[in-house]
Design a protein around this ligand. Structure first.
Ligand code: B12
Length: 139
């Protein structure tokens, strides 16, 4: 599958001081998805001041977004755009794993991965491809 992984832009104190570090969690996930045979594009919006090009969403079969609490509104906006054109949206990271019900209720996010996404996301995609019951995906 073509998977788009998005790191929303940060307003954290580190960014204020010009510190921008690579999104390690998403990069671990990208590596494990590639090992499982998927084609992955990582868009780090920390480094893309013009924002997310809708073309990247259209080109993806699945969109994965990471978020902490400080970036959840931006993450939800990306989720809304992707869901509006029918892309399954998966979210993970420190905020979604504790606020899963609230996020899922919006209807813009279809799955939330709690914990280690590099282990769970490949299993989730396999279940999506096989049209299996997602509730059965091993966490
Ligand atoms: C290292 C770290 C940093 C580094 C980030 C380095 C980097 N390159 O990413 C620095 C110092 C820059 C940083 C900054 C900040 N941090 Co910080 N940070 C951490 C710390 C200690 C570890 C995070 C980490 O790298 N984990 C290892 C990686 C591999 O795991 P991961 O990112 O969690 O990703 C895994 C899973 O979460 C999941 N996953 C994540 N995203 C996704 C997406 C999808 C689609 C899926 C399926 C799964 C998935 O799969 C990943 C792989 O297994 C955590 C505390 C902790 N122990 O987790 C706090 C933590 C994440 N930080 C926190 C905060 C608040 C911040 C700041 C907002 C602080 C500030 N005031 O500026 C900024 C925000 C920066 C930003 N991202 O925009 C909070 C977040 C709390 C919250 N409610 O969201 C935490 C939890 C600390 C805490 N307990 O308060 N941070």
């Amino acid at each position: 599958m073509n998977v788009l992984l998005v790191n929303p832009p940060s307003t954290g104190v580190f960014t204020t001081f010009g510190v921008s570090l690579p999104p390690m969690g998403l990069l671990y996930i990208a590596a494990s998805l590639e090992q499982a045979g998927h084609k992955v594009q990582v868009i780090d919006l920390q480094c893309e001041p013009s924002g997310l090009d809708p073309f990247h969403i259209k080109a993806a079969d699945v969109v994965g977004i990471t978020s902490d609490t400080t970036r959840i509104e931006k993450a939800m906006e990306i989720a809304r755009q992707a869901a509006a054109i029918g892309r399954p949206v998966v979210m993970g990271g420190p905020h979604p794993q504790f606020m899963a019900e609230e996020i899922l209720r919006t209807g813009h996010v279809h799955c939330i991965v709690k914990g280690e996404g590099d282990l769970t996301f490949p299993r989730l995609l396999q279940s999506l491809e096989r049209r299996e019951d997602l509730a059965e995906v091993e966490a």
